[in-house]
Design a protein around this ligand. Sequence first.
Ligand SMILES: [Zn+2]
Length: 199
Amino acid sequence: MKLVWNNPETMEPKGYGCGYCGKSLSSEKGYRARQQGFGDRIYGWIYICHFCHKPTFFDSEGEQTPGETFGNSVSGITEENVANLYKEARDCTSINAYTSAVLACRKLLMHIAVDKGAKEGLKFIEYVEYLSKNNYIPPGAKNWVDIIRDKGNEANHEILIMNGDDAKDLLKFVEMLLKIIYEFPADVERRRNKQESKP
Ligand SMILES: [Zn+2]
């Protein structure tokens, strides 16, 4: 589907990350809204992404809607719940719902562990330790287990309010895990199948 917008203006170029397709771009096509009765006061701008052609609104304070989605897409995820939760965690960041993003990441880690053979009904941190003990977490990222343990505050069941950096960091960790656990093995498999099918 290709969207065609009627006569957008050429405006001051604006660099942003598109919340729909995830690409970074600088757009100069879109629409300007003036506030009636306030002379030339600009209320906001709509910029159109030249990759996916979808509109992003910026208000006069510069707030972007939808916001930029953190992280990158990961291919080869065979477990539907894992793929859906990763998408959900990323989508939460585009509306600044950082606590929800962190909670989705925590649930995601549990789902990954169960998919890789952990028992059901364990505590969150036991799932993270399972992934670590079974070498799914590479040596350079092991300190993450401690960070997640500290953030989790599992013991008193307190839900901490998370900020953008918390969500960004945890999503980065989760993305790395998903690539190691799903995407890279799927790539190897694809390569092997391609070689085998050669005459
Ligand atoms: Zn886009």
